[in-house]
Design a binder for this molecule. Structure first.
Ligand SMILES: [Zn+2]
Length: 266
């Protein structure tokens, strides 16, 4: 629920690196593969988000979605196992953390535009009806909307690589079974809190039944990428339409060379 990648770099440096990388790439066409967009809140202030990266204004979000609907309609798809191979450019929309605004603000627009999307929720926040987040009733309502998939973001937003085996099992299996009981659907997808994943975490996720795992590493996913270790494209509140278009094409994928910020979340 807090974040990182860009929070320690000056915006001018980000733009300069993007400009250089775009020219280095020398192609304006989109990079091939599955691009998984990562949003957070749409209109809900986020504690500790000191740079204001993860709470997007609705108007900004709407401009992104209308662009996707108008120019990338054929490439949009649900985040499912079959989406991981296909040869061409594909786009999936995801939200981390399970903010209530995903239902009340984002979903009406997405359903109207027929854009499928996945919401990764922390079941601890759901169960205790934490203010600003989806509760059990809202989650059930969201899961019933067309094109919506619910995924796990663990129970407690823990750093999973630091959990012992018992805790890890609880975080992964416990959240999966809680969600399946609540919404009456199989839950196959997972977003690792803080993007924190290693081989042990990935393998336990597979063993308990997950087939899709979203990390916080910035990149597109070429065919052949492990579906349980998918890179994502972090979308920031300050991303106007030109920057969003750059990210869709892959102009910001140089970020994959950056070491993951230990303070980063998602
Ligand atoms: Zn998170």
């Amino acid at each position: 629920m807090k974040h990182g990648l860009a929070s320690t770099i000056a915006p001018q440096a980000l733009r300069a690196a993007t400009w250089a990388y775009t020219h280095f790439r020398s192609s304006g066409s989109p990079r091939q593969g599955l691009r998984v967009l990562m949003y957070h809140a749409i209109g809900t202030p986020i504690e500790d988000d000191t740079r204001g990266l993860y709470n997007m204004r609705f108007e900004q979000f709407e401009s992104h979605m209308r662009h996707l609907s108008g120019c990338w309609k054929e490439q949009l798809m649900p985040l499912r196992f079959v989406a991981c191979e296909g040869g061409n450019a594909r786009i999936a929309v995801t939200f981390d953390d399970g903010y209530l605004d995903n239902l009340t603000v984002a979903a009406p627009l997405l359903v109207d535009l027929e854009i499928p999307f996945t919401v990764f929720v922390c079941t601890g926040a759901v169960a205790r009806r934490q203010a600003g987040f989806l509760g059990p009733e809202e989650l059930r309502e969201l899961a019933g909307l067309p094109g919506v998939q619910i995924g796990s973001h663990s129970m407690s937003h823990a750093r999973l690589t630091l959990c012992d085996d018992h805790q890890l099992q609880e975080e992964l299996a416990g959240s999966k079974f809680y969600l399946e009981d609540l919404i009456g659907q199989e839950v196959e997808s997972l977003s690792y809190p803080h993007g924190d994943v290693d081989r042990r975490v990935r393998d336990v996720a597979y063993k308990v039944g997950y087939r899709i795992g979203g990390t916080s590493r910035f990149d597109v996913n070429p065919d052949g990428r492990d579906p349980l270790l998918l890179c994502r494209t972090d979308i920031w509140a300050c991303d106007d339409l030109p920057i969003f278009q750059q990210k869709l094409r892959g102009d910001w994928d140089w970020n994959r060379w950056r070491a993951t910020d230990p303070a980063s979340v998602s």
